[in-house]
Write a protein that binds this ligand. Structure first.
Ligand code: GAF
Length: 387
């Protein structure tokens, strides 16, 4: 694949992601099971002769220019993502020569499909290559997450940046967010071979920079603090059991209790989902997705009317084995496990009932699992340009 536009200009690509199961577990050392999907961000980088870094996007209609030693604060627009990444690289002693970075993409914004992590990872691999530097993929994912936490001031976990960096086509990625150990889980065993992942965009916008995500995170961390005080051997909520949580119920707010209950049960569901996928048991995977949504709705309280409607409708439609909200919540997308032969009619029927109920045109995407940014063209090499 030739993506080199001319000898000075190189193009790098990062996908988007959908999370199959394991929601809000990635900031307390838990498990997640996402996959990369074929929406993408391209980062085109070329040398710049005026001793400045240029960030430009036709799509966002904005340019940002800064001297190479600039230390300005976030600007409050899209350019904060690549600038935050550049800062993280500089903190690691990587000082790229002046460049022009052009960002373009088709990942739906505010839909819970990780448009921002896609920009971060595409920018990171482009700037790294321009600086003639390499980093392990774990480090690339981590610096992109830190760019978002420290520069954009958005309190996300590591899931999105990691899967966008390290995913493998045809596989979901099981990630332990504490150790960063991961495993590619094939999506074509037995009963899964005839299933499709259908993503439905409610068009209800969500942003993790908004307060609700941060509030949920604080409620979880408050509960985790109580558990750690009661059980000093616990490193994270990921180690806690429901019995331990029950024994602490009087010491935490009802909100913290319910948020922690979601996370403890969700980590167990991810383990079961991995086993179901490995056994090719699509029906069991679907059931786990349905219970995960109930837990997000009732315990984590991060769903909304439109999403609950989409999930309820989906599971009543022929061919659908499971449905749940995906991503940070409060809107965004649902992820549905649907028989291949019913996927088109399922998507149409779901969008039609949503239009009738809310007068909103949902978008539906039938997605295969694609490679992450570090593997887009060659699984054996990392941080490479497309050639
Ligand atoms: C968002 C965050 F960016 C992720 O880190 C994760 O917490 C997710 O919400 C919820 O599982 O996508």
């Amino acid at each position: 694949m030739v993506l080199q536009k001319n000898s000075n200009e190189h193009v790098y690509i990062a996908p988007a992601r959908v999370n199959l199961i394991g929601e809000h577990t990635d900031y307390t050392g838990g498990l997640v099971l996402p996959m990369a999907i074929p929406f993408s961000t391209t980062a085109t980088i070329s040398p710049n002769s005026d001793s400045q870094y240029h960030f430009h996007s036709e799509q966002f209609k904005e340019t940002r220019e800064m001297p190479v030693d600039d230390r300005s604060e976030a600007a409050g627009n899209w350019s904060d993502y690549p600038v935050g990444v550049l800062r993280q690289l500089q903190l690691r002693g990587i000082t790229p020569p002046p460049f022009h970075l052009e960002i373009h993409g088709n990942v739906p914004f505010g839909a819970g499909l990780s448009s921002s992590a896609s920009v971060e990872v595409a920018s990171a691999i482009a700037i790294l290559a321009h600086a003639n530097a390499t980093l392990p993929l774990e480090e690339i994912a981590m610096l992109c997450k830190l760019a978002e936490n420290d520069y954009v001031h958005s309190p996300c976990g590591i899931m999105d940046q990691f899967v966008i960096t390290a995913a493998k086509a045809g596989h979901a990625l099981l990630l332990d967010t504490r150790s960063l150990s991961y495993e590619h889980i094939p999506m074509n065993h037995d009963g899964l071979v005839n299933m499709r992942i259908v993503v439905c965009n409610s068009m209800v916008k969500h942003s993790i920079a908004d307060g609700d995500y941060g509030l949920r995170r604080r409620e979880v961390e408050a509960g985790q603090d109580v558990l750690r005080a009661a059980f000093p051997q616990l490193r994270d909520l990921a180690d806690a059991t429901l019995d331990q949580l029950e024994s602490c119920v009087a010491k935490m707010t009802p909100e913290s209790y319910r948020r922690c209950r979601h996370i403890i049960t969700e980590n167990a569901r991810v383990r079961e989902a991995k086993d179901a996928m490995t056994a090719g048991d699509a029906a069991h995977l679907g059931k786990l997705m349905i219970s995960a949504h109930a837990s997000q709705r009732d315990d984590f309280e991060c769903s909304c009317e439109e999403i609950d409607f989409l999930v309820d409708q989906a599971v009543a439609l022929e061919g659908c084995l499971g449905a749940r909200m995906t991503g940070g919540g409060f809107g965004g997308c649902t992820v549905n496990l649907v028989s291949q032969d019913k996927a088109d009619t399922f998507a149409q029927a779901l969008a039609a009932s949503y239009l009738k109920r809310f007068n909103i045109k949902a978008e539906t995407y039938i997605c295969e699992a694609v490679d992450g940014a570090c593997f887009v063209t060659a699984p054996k090499q990392r941080n490479r340009k497309h050639d």
